[in-house]
Write a protein that binds this ligand. Structure first.
Ligand code: URP
Ligand code: ZN
Ligand code: ZN
Length: 469
């Protein structure tokens, strides 16, 4: 199958120019002006942008958490992603207590099998590094294309690891070429604050934020940065939400340390006051770190503009409000932590980042596609529009208007974090490895057609044309 995309404005992290793009099979075969070639399908992209498929480096599909399981499985989650212009994501494979990494990965591959629409990789979420055998196994993961792992410095008694585990994982990462990701919050201090609040009878959703002050995020971020320096590994701080965490990352990057950070779409738009909404509606915004006071939003926009933060993810971890979030109606600490968002990252960042003049179109592509590809071992096979790269492309209509809503999104979540927001600009056609997944905004993808992508080690390239499977 070949596709000729005619006359669109090709936008990469570095360039923007009008050209034709020829897709042959799974790859981009040719880029040029007025290409004199025939194709099975021609798409007129005049007036549209041709963007690389976006990559979401942080999702939680079909994940047991908070006494329940996230509502989007690989089919609904990836369908939602595709409709929003995301053609590849890296999901968190959680190691259960006592499990080997091989067992955890087997479980996550089984969840994905037969359901996938877009391409995907896995990070390992390490919960248990009990002995030398597990450390040795960790060192072998890059050989299977698992080149990043997350450690939780919070969620005490559930996912939290101690500093010894964190530091040992960092040492293995340094030796084996993996990227360490941290959920940076001081879980011990938070646990004390949560118990104090509950003992005083404070049960409403807003106490989720009141018991996780920004300083607990700042302290853990700085601790992880300093430990990573001692271990000599590369560090990526996930879901940065506030000034207290941005500042140590800014210092680290200014000094040239191997430290990176991401924020997530919701932190630009949802603030602390959302948690105070009446009738338990605040529970929709219970995710971790929590929505912060509004002044942090300008700090985050500046950080993504100045490359203090280098990627924007969704941390899509969707639960139903009615039936799952309500598990915590009488106790905020029992509200499953997480929110939906996989479908609306490009919509929101294009509207409020690019159209409102906060970041350039090139920087948007860099934050949503190119940097995630580079940081997580997918570049240049993915994350750009180039000859030889996978034909993961978004034909984006910058003039089409859309109102974001749970009534039209493709996630199974029964609410949308950005309900009622009007945006101008939406994906019209989404292509993954040469296959059309979304046409006129409608999902037409075949379940089972997405592929697991073994990723390259930190600093290494994933060559286009290398076999996957
Ligand atoms: O609330 C959140 N973020 N849930 C997902 C798990 C995590 O910490 O990323
Ligand atoms: Zn986290
Ligand atoms: Zn997460």
């Amino acid at each position: 199958m070949s596709i000729l995309i005619r006359g669109g404005r090709v936008v990469t992290a570095a360039d923007g120019y009008v050209a034709d793009v020829l897709v042959e099979g799974e790859r981009i075969a040719l880029i040029g002006t007025d290409l004199d070639v025939a194709a099975d399908r021609t798409i007129d992209a005049a007036g549209k942008y041709v963007l690389p498929g976006c990559i979401d480096p942080h999702t939680h599909l079909d994940m047991p958490f908070g006494g329940t399981v996230t509502v989007d499985d690989f089919e609904s989650g990836q369908g939602s992603a595709a409709c929003g212009g995301t053609t590849c994501h890296v999901d968190f494979c959680i190691q259960g207590q006592g499990q080997t990494f091989a067992q955890a990965l087997e479980g996550w591959h089984a969840k994905a099998n037969g359901k996938t629409l877009i391409d995907y990789g896995f990070h390992i979420a390490i919960t248990d590094l009990a002995d030398q055998e597990r450390l040795d196994e960790l060192a072998t993961l890059p050989e299977q294309g698992i080149t990043s792992y997350k450690l939780f410095m919070a969620y005490k008694g559930v996912l939290q690891v101690d500093d010894e585990t964190l530091f040992r994982a960092m040492q293995v990462a340094a030796a084996s070429g993996a990227l360490v990701m941290v959920h940076a919050e001081n879980g011990d201090a938070i646990d004390v604050l949560v118990r104090e609040a509950l003992s005083q009878g404070y049960t409403e959703p807003v106490w989720h934020a009141r018991t996780r002050p920004p300083e607990t995020e700042g302290e853990a971020t700085n601790r992880a940065i300093q430990l990573a320096r001692v271990a000599g590994c590369a560090l990526y701080v996930v879901h940065v939400s506030c000034r207290e965490a941005v500042e140590p990352i800014a210092i680290a990057r200014e000094k040239g340390w191997d430290v990176w950070g991401e924020t997530c779409t919701q932190y630009f738009f949802v603030d602390y006051s959302f948690l105070e909404r009446p009738n338990f509606e605040g529970a929709k915004y219970v995710y971790t770190p929590p929505p912060r006071p509004k002044e942090n939003q300008d700090v985050l926009w500046a950080a993504v503009k100045n490359d203090v933060l280098s990627a924007i993810s969704t941390d899509h971890c969707a639960f139903l409000w009615d039936g799952q979030k309500t598990l915590g109606r009488d106790d905020f600490s029992k509200i499953p932590n997480g929110g939906p968002g996989l479908e609306n990252r490009l919509h929101m960042i294009h509207e409020f980042g690019v159209r409102q003049g906060r970041i350039s179109l090139n920087r948007m592509v860099e934050l949503l596609a190119t940097n995630p590809a580079k940081l997580f071992g997918l570049y240049p096979r993915k994350g750009t529009v180039a000859v030889g790269s996978d034909a993961d492309l978004v034909v984006f209509d910058p003039e089409k208007k859309l109102t974001l809503s749970a009534s039209t999104h493709h996630s199974k979540a029964d609410y949308n974090l950005f309900e009622g927001t009007e945006v101008t600009g939406t994906p019209e056609i989404v292509i993954r490895r040469g296959e059309i997944l979304v046409e006129n905004g409608e999902l037409v993808a075949r379940p089972g057609s997405g592929r697991f992508i073994p990723r390259a080690r930190v600093g290494e390239e994933l060559k286009p044309g290398v076999a996957v499977g």
